[in-house]
Ligand binder design. Structure first.
Ligand code: AMP
Length: 399
């Protein structure tokens, strides 16, 4: 049994190959700068003798079709597979499932058409996901493919939380509403938290914070997602690496009037030039931490603004849920940055959330518990694993 998971971005392809019902990782890799002057390829795998190997190369990769051919070539050359047709199934991360797709589905022509119809809602992401699916459908038509949607977990959000206060016909005609993203991660870490606590998922009120280059929060009430910070697009909510998160929408009208910026320029400003990068010039939290420690005031400010926004959402979701049993940190920053965790939860003791500063600095690849004895809410750090979660869902659907 072999399951391939593919996560295609606009200029990248991440892949992971799993084997057996326990889904052990056989190989994982990333192909970046697709369509650029030079592409970068990295693959880690277990060779025939059982040793861990890493391979890095560079070459021109004009498009996703070439990237997939390259992935296949590496699988065959390194004897990771004897033929791609030996795959049991392929799971694809698809960013936008709209309202139509609220759970993983096996890809058919109708499903593919449905994903294509959603391109206007995710013009950068869905075309890359579709490219990955189409190339494999041609190459290995008999191997079933499954689409796992980033939005699906959030489809249980009630109408009063997913609708914006806009003329209702914009929802009816143009599907303007909150969809939410990072759903596979929020679902995976919240279930892991319930497992760790040895309590039924359906009994818990959980706040999950996925803090990476993209960042979002979710409120999960008795097993159902009831609110999330990302909106119709992944731009809303928390401060991110290069995305602003929440701002007053009238800022856009003001900038258009005052500076003459047009729609593409404003889009670029909010998605690529804002967030941590906008405030201090860099989007990588590790580097920001180093700069802040060296006394860089803009880096300190970026860190504070990032954490303050998270704290506001934690407060909001405590109100939404009527208190929380568990709060989960995940993502590159959530898993690895104790200072960010501390700053996000600063002075929340009155709301039943209280960190233990020593436990908070524990380093581990496993789930860790970091609240102090007086905290009503359990605080966990749970490493996310979206590829594994997609492999599980693919396998479940195909069995
Ligand atoms: P992700 O998008 O989940 O891969 O997360 C990327 C973010 O995590 C970047 O801002 C990294 O700088 C940050 N990150 C990764 N490791 C650490 C670390 N040890 N301390 C602080 N931030 C980290």
């Amino acid at each position: 049994m072999k399951i391939l998971v593919m996560n295609s971005g606009s200029s990248s392809l991440k892949f992971q190959l799993f084997t057996g019902v326990e889904l052990a990782v056989l190989a994982s890799g990333v192909i970046e700068q697709i369509g650029d002057t030079i592409g970068h390829i990295k693959i880690n795998f277990i060779d025939a003798s059982g040793a861990n190997k890493e391979l890095k190369t560079e070459q021109v990769i004009p498009d996703h079709r070439s990237a997939i051919q390259l992935m296949e070539k590496l699988f065959l050359e390194q004897k990771i597979l004897t033929d791609v047709s030996e795959l049991t199934g392929v799971g694809h991360r698809v960013v936008h499932g709209g309202e139509a797709f609220y759970k993983p589905v096996q890809v058919t022509k109708e499903v593919l058409d449905g994903i294509k119809e959603l391109i206007p809602l995710a013009p950068l992401h869905n075309p890359a996901n579709i490219a990955g699916i189409e190339v494999l459908m041609e190459k290995i038509p008999d191997v079933p493919q499954v689409a796992v949607f980033d939005t699906a977990f959030h489809q249980t959000i009630p109408q009063h939380a997913y609708l914006y206060a806009l003329p209702h016909e914009l929802y009816e005609k143009h599907k303007v509403r909150r969809y939410g993203f990072h759903g596979t991660s929020h679902s995976y870490v919240s279930k892991k938290a319930a497992e760790y606590l040895n309590r039924p998922y359906e009994e818990l009120k959980i706040i999950t914070l996925h803090l990476g280059n993209g960042a979002s929060a979710a409120a999960i009430d008795h097993g159902l997602c009831v609110d999330t910070s990302m909106g119709m697009t992944p731009l809303e909510g928390l401060v991110m690496g290069t995305r602003s998160g929440d701002i007053d929408p009238a800022i856009l009208f003001y900038l258009a009037r005052e500076t003459g910026m047009d729609i593409p320029a404003l889009d670029n400003l909010l998605n690529k030039e804002s967030g941590l990068k906008g405030i201090c010039g860099i989007n990588d939290m590790r580097s920001i931490g180093e700069l802040a420690a060296a006394g860089d005031t803009q880096a300190m400010l970026a860190f504070k603004i990032f954490c303050y926004r998270i704290k506001k959402y934690v407060g909001a979701y405590l109100a939404v849920l009527g208190g929380a049993d568990c709060l989960v940190f995940t993502g590159g920053i959530g898993e690895n940055d104790p200072e960010a965790r501390e700053q996000c939860l600063l002075d929340l003791d009155g709301l039943g959330i209280s960190l233990d500063p020593v436990k908070n600095t524990t380093r581990s690849d496993a789930v860790i518990e970091i609240q102090n004895s007086g905290s009503a809410c359990t605080i966990l750090v749970v490493p996310t694993d979206e590829e594994y979660a997609i492999a599980v869902q693919t396998l479940e659907l195909l069995m």
